[in-house]
Design a protein around this ligand. Structure first.
Ligand code: UTP
Length: 297
């Protein structure tokens, strides 16, 4: 019988060097996209997919994340007193049920694979999701929910996949495709950050995974590879070597790389324009800006 996916790991122990100096004191996952931190988008997506246990792999300097999900009784009381019900509801969406969220320290930044491995005791022997909060996905049906539904049919491991330009493939984990069924792809192999011109396809892995517990066992055995880090991609590829299924899933939606400055700015514009309360003002500003630039050329 296929088990339901109810646990998700959020690896948030990276140093976020691309956003220095901002990330010197503020965790990257706490940076604000429109009016909520990146981590809130990830949590909302996980909830929509039926996740009940949230496991954060954190590091030194990330305590703002723990505070964010804590109750804020004084603030709530002030808003209640002032009759600011809408804000109160917004605030309450950040509260987590007692016991639903767990924090584990990754004591050394040894890579994404190592961060996931740090959560092994809390995951136990069941399939689990991994969400990288700096990949923000705008979608009608949240990406992880799409994946959980597909996974209920396939079992095995599943990675979110996206077609990228050939010249960008070197920046991703890339799939070697067995059978391409459109939305679903059977995977024959995976390469993390292939050297330019050597990628087996243009189908890149992005930050949503559903993994079997055997991946955690693989993580105990593999050696560091690309960048001297313990790569999650290698541990998933080891499943293939053992004859187990790995699927790529072409999700429906738009992914923003909020781990990069350009991606974060693009997400800010796209999410701003999608908001009914901001759409008109922001749209008008952008139109005027473009007209001004065109006139100057
Ligand atoms: P990134 O490659 O984006 O690294 O990690 P980073 O440290 O967050 O950012 P830069 O490149 O220095 O700007 C991808 C994901 O893996 C997590 C990160 O927190 C992010 O969610 N990660 C990475 C860990 O949890 N631990 C690690 O050792 C490395």
């Amino acid at each position: 019988m296929k088990m339901k996916v109810t646990k998700a790991v959020f690896p948030v122990a990276g140093m976020g060097t691309r956003f220095l100096p901002a990330t010197k004191a503020v965790p990257k996952e706490m940076m604000t996209l429109v009016d909520r931190p990146l981590i809130q988008y990830a949590i909302d997506e996980a909830r929509a997919a039926g996740i009940r246990d949230f496991i954060f792999v954190t590091a030194r300097g990330k305590s703002a994340l723990e505070d964010y999900f804590d109750a804020a009784p004084e603030l709530e009381a002030t808003l209640r007193k002032a009759g600011k019900d809408e804000l109160l509801q917004t605030l309450k969406a950040t509260n987590m049920d007692s016991g639903a969220i767990a924090y584990i320290r990754q004591h050394k930044a040894l890579g994404l694979g190592h961060a996931v491995w740090c959560a092994r005791r809390l995951i136990g022997d069941e399939p689990f999701a991994v969400i990288l909060p700096d990949d923000v996905i705008a979608a009608e049906k949240p990406c992880l929910q799409q994946m959980v539904e597909a996974h209920a049919e396939t079992g095995g491991c599943m990675v979110a996949a996206m077609d990228v330009l050939p010249e960008r493939a070197h920046a991703y984990g890339v799939l070697d495709i067995g059978q391409d069924l459109g939305e679903l792809v059977s995977v024959r192999g995976m390469v993390e950050k292939p050297a330019t011109g050597t990628a087996p396809s243009n189908l890149a892995v992005i930050g949503r995974y559903i993994l079997t517990p055997s991946v955690l066992r693989n993580l105990s055995q593999i050696k560091p590879s690309a960048g001297g880090e313990l790569q999650l991609t290698d541990a998933i590829a080891a499943e293939l070597a053992d004859g187990r299924d790995v699927f790529g899933f072409r999700f429906r939606g738009e992914r923003f790389d909020c781990g990069s400055k350009a991606g974060f700015l693009q997400a800010t514009v796209a999410f701003g324009l999608a908001r009914p309360d901001l759409r008109d003002e922001l749209g008008e500003y952008l139109r005027a800006l473009i007209a001004q630039r065109e006139a100057a050329e």
